[in-house]
Design a binder for this molecule. Structure first.
Ligand SMILES: Nc1ncnc2c1ncn2[C@@H]1O[C@H](COP(=O)(O)OP(=O)(O)OP(=O)(O)O)[C@@H](O)[C@H]1O
Length: 698
């Protein structure tokens, strides 16, 4: 089955398709997105995020179902079109068409449209093979699919973009959009109903027992009420878990997004270990906040009913006041627990920081530190941590043990005068005792809930900076349509200047020493610039400013006549590629090819792999590719093939050269190469980079 062209959008209306889909999928209230921008930029202007979707033929159905809402790139790779997918199951997909109507199409047709190239190459031979086998049409179709899967199952395809609310959007909006608020409302309502039902059930049975005639009708009503409360209780738990999972997922997503928004300097100042510690706290936060939140909410609902029942008892307002005073005492204990828990979690983060630091410096310590000094101070830190834990345990035990039992004694004591004087009726006494027991149950629930909430609050204090970092605003994308084209290199301005640096100054700390002062420089198309200077002179700092990794304190920094804010951070970096100094760069644990092409696009398209290999050979990495069993697809990085210093330097160089940027900055990239390889590498950089800045020592 083929998808009609009237169902899909032409590529030049991708921005419009994005905005229309956002409205149809209730992600954004407006469909008036800018039509000239590409998908990712339109998404950003609508406060959404478009993530690349890469699928293999083998898993396409499952991935497409989970990806909605999504913009799927269909058709042959040289003339792609777009399907705006609102929703899908394994059979049918709902899409929004260019005339803004919503239509249903079969998922098979979507899959065929996505893999039309593979179909084109392998469909013919498979059909020819099946021609020779007599099969009914349905079995033939199944056999065809299975054979194609066998041929191209692992083939990856850049299938378009999944669209979602940006993790930087207000959290409440995210909760609403994900349906978590709706589930929470249903859960609260169900809990309230089940509470009222159970109270009513006990009232029914109490009434008839106290009246002295337990007839069948009352018993049946009581049983019916209890039976009704069972499915409601099951629904409450189901909704609670659903909301828990949904909110937890959003929280994790937002915090991990926040980590990526941190400035590298900030990460450095905080310490990697501290950051890891904060991230670890997310699990506790997610689990405890939700569990504690639900339990406390339920407890507060019970408390409200309890106060009402207590007021109806023989001690009346006196027992209500006593209960409120007991709650105030509980508040003091919880406050003490909070202070202790905060100190405990600070100690935990400090220990995590220390452990990560020790792990990072492990090889240096083994090589250079006397073994006797390896574990100094560890015992002291552990003892202090245990002491914090003991304090928290003591107060938690006091809260869990004393609050409910203490209240039971106090509440019954408050009923004492009425019992002794026999001034209250049996019914009033039953209500009074029932109220005291209800209050004890609510207190038990409340102590469990609040203890979890205190733990969640301590975890929140650690994770909050990352949560807030997610909302940091980034320079808006340029509305200049040129920025939508990822691969085009900007032509130089009429005066020949590509990069214009005027009176730029920079310092790392607000009142610290200036690392750069009054720097003025002009780089034209095809310029080859060598930046030399003494160690600590500010060469790398200048490189990072040009590459947009840092922002100047003052002065002007222009590319093609526009500053970084006008281009947008992403567009700027696409135009100026840098291979930072060795210790600032990283080989990711993935294939060699991914490490080469990550700055360009992944999965590779067209001639990407061929070009990557050609650059590697020009840089003298041919013998390495021959030695690695997987060639370009060899896994490298911390857990893979260990590259030598010089090999890594050239990998970083190739990564920058492959980005198709107008300006390439190489920071000390040649320092670790032997003279022969250095000549090769320099020749490659001079040939490949449109404009080149090389930072080196004299
Ligand atoms: N993150 C930082 N925080 C504070 N100061 C820094 C930071 N990074 C660099 N500096 C300081 O800024 C100055 C310039 O450093 P930069 O790395 O730019 O020098 P460089 O010329 O590249 O040196 P080298 O040739 O040794 O690599 C140095 O004095 C350095 O100590």
């Amino acid at each position: 089955m083929k998808l009609d062209d009237s169902l899909s959008w032409p590529m030049d209306r991708a921005g419009e398709a994005m905005a229309t889909l956002a409205k149809a999928a209730h992600l954004s209230p407006t469909a008036k997105g800018p039509t000239t921008l590409g998908v990712e930029d339109t998404a950003r202007t609508l406060g959404l995020q478009a993530d690349r979707l890469v699928v293999s033929f083998a898993e396409v159905e499952a991935r497409v179902c989970n990806a909605a809402p999504a913009l799927l790139r269909i058709g042959p790779s040289d003339a792609p079109r777009i399907i705006a997918l609102i929703q899908s199951n394994l059979e049918r997909a709902r899409i929004v068409t260019p005339d803004h109507s919503v239509r249903a199409v079969s998922l098979d047709a979507v899959r065929d449209a996505l893999f039309v190239d593979a179909e084109h190459t392998h469909g013919g031979p498979v059909d020819a093979l099946l021609e020779r086998i007599p099969l009914p049409p349905r079995r033939r179709a199944l056999a065809r699919r299975a054979l194609l899967r066998e041929h191209v199952g692992a083939r990856l395809r850049d299938a378009g973009w999944t669209i979602r609310l940006s993790p930087s959007a207000p959290f409440l909006r995210q909760l609403r959009s994900a349906g978590v608020l709706r589930t929470l409302r249903a859960m609260i309502l169900a809990h309230a109903v089940s509470l009222v039902l159970s109270l009513f059930a006990w009232w029914v049975i109490g009434q008839s027992v106290l009246a002295g005639h337990l007839d069948r009708g009352w018993l049946a009503a009581w049983a019916l009420l209890l039976l009704t409360s069972i499915p409601i209780r099951v629904l409450t738990i189901w909704w609670q878990e659903t909301a828990n999972i949904g909110a937890g997922l959003l929280l994790k997503e937002r915090i991990l997004f926040g980590v990526l928004q941190l400035d590298p300097e900030e990460v450095r100042r905080q310490g990697m270990g501290e950051l890891v510690g904060r991230i670890i706290e997310i699990d506790a936060l997610e689990e405890l906040a939700m569990r504690g939140g639900f339990v406390s909410l339920a407890a507060f609902m019970e408390l409200a009913i309890t106060i009402f029942v207590l007021a109806l008892g023989p001690a009346g307002i006196a027992s209500v006041l006593l209960f409120v005073a007991w709650l105030a005492f509980a508040g003091l204990l919880v406050r003490r627990l909070t202070v202790q828990w905060l100190a405990w979690s600070r100690a935990r983060i400090a220990m995590t920081n220390d452990t990560v630091e020790r792990m990072l410096g492990h090889r240096t310590r083994i090589a250079q530190e006397p073994p006797g000094d390896w574990h100094v101070e560890e015992d002291g830190a552990l003892a202090a941590y245990s002491e914090h834990a003991r304090r928290v345990d003591r107060t938690s035990a006091l809260i869990a043990g004393l609050l409910p039992r203490g209240w039971l004694l106090l509440g019954l004591a408050a009923l004492g005068p009425a019992l002794v004087a026999q001034s209250a009726s049996t019914k009033e006494l039953a209500v009074g005792i029932g109220g005291v027991l209800l209050a004890r149950n609510a207190l038990m629930r409340m102590t469990a809930g609040l203890t979890s909430l205190v733990a969640a609050f301590a975890a929140w204090r650690q994770a909050a900076p990352l949560f807030h970092a997610a909302a940091r605003s980034h320079p808006a994308p340029a509305t200049d349509p040129r920025t939508t084209d990822h691969e085009r290199i900007e032509p130089a301005r009429a005066d020949g200047a590509v990069l214009d640096v005027r009176h730029v100054a920079f310092r790392y700390r607000p009142h610290g020493r200036a690392a750069l002062q009054n720097v003025t420089l002009r780089i034209c198309h095809r310029d080859r610039v060598l930046v030399e200077g003494p160690s600590g002179g500010g060469k790398s700092t200048l490189g990072s400013l040009l590459a947009g990794l840092r922002t100047p304190e003052s002065g002007l920094l222009l590319f093609g006549g526009l500053d970084r804010a006008s281009w947008g951070a992403g567009s700027w970096r696409r135009r100026i590629a840098a291979a930072p100094q060795f210790h600032e760069n990283h080989t990711l644990s993935d294939t060699f090819a991914f490490n080469l092409l990550m700055g360009r696009r992944w999965p590779p398209q067209g001639d990407d792999l061929l070009e990557a290999e050609a650059i590697c050979r020009e840089l003298g990495l041919g013998p390495l590719l021959g030695r690695m069993p997987g060639g370009l697809m060899q896994r490298v990085g911390e857990t893979g093939w260990q590259l030598s210093h010089g090999e890594r330097s050239r990998l970083y160089m190739a990564r920058a050269l492959l980005q198709c940027a107008e300006v390439v900055i190489l920071d000390e990239s040649f320092a670790s190469l032997d003279p022969e390889t250095k000549t090769l590498a320099l020749r490659c950089a001079l040939k490949r980079a449109p404009s080149l800045v090389v930072i080196a020592h004299p």
